[in-house]
Design a protein around this ligand. Structure first.
Ligand SMILES: [Zn+2]
Length: 146
């Protein structure tokens, strides 16, 4: 059993960059769909409220804000969950946050597109210019299979 488990783990850790990128894109579209669904939900509530108020008016009844309190609360909850989705989306898109104005810039941005200041953010996975590191990388690549 151990052997097969090891193989499985090796396969998992050896997941290609392309597969990871695909996973990332899928995750991003999943979040976007989630956001769109919640926005639709909010629009449905708006319609319900609108129709309710109209029907009250038509029936000559007095409209009270408490009557629609539940829907208003639901809209509030949906709005904050959309904000959470936005946060997750920014993280999934690897957006770079500006240290000066907190604006979320596209990944790999060198300057903030909001305030124009330089983004002093060492991007993960970027190639180091360190000679020692490069040598190490080369050594790894040059390992010969005996
Ligand atoms: Zn900025």
């Amino acid at each position: 059993m151990g052997f097969f488990e090891d193989c499985y783990l090796n396969m998992k850790s050896g997941i290609s960059r392309a597969a990871e990128k695909t996973k990332k894109v899928l995750n991003i579209s999943k979040i976007k769909i989630e956001m769109a669904e919640r926005k639709n939900c909010i629009n449905d509530k708006y319609k319900l409220i609108g129709k309710y108020v109209y029907d009250m008016h038509k029936g000559g009844e007095k409209f009270e804000i408490e009557d629609i309190a539940d829907w208003l609360e639901e809209i509030d909850a949906l709005s904050s969950s959309i904000e959470e989705c936005e946060e997750r989306l920014h993280r999934a898109q690897d957006k770079v946050c500006c240290h000066y104005c907190k604006y979320k810039n596209e990944s790999g941005s060198k300057f903030c597109s909001n305030c124009g200041k330089k983004i002093s953010f060492a991007k993960r996975g970027s190639k180091s210019s360190c000679e020692n590191c490069e040598n190490e990388e080369n050594n790894e690549e040059n390992v010969e299979i005996s």
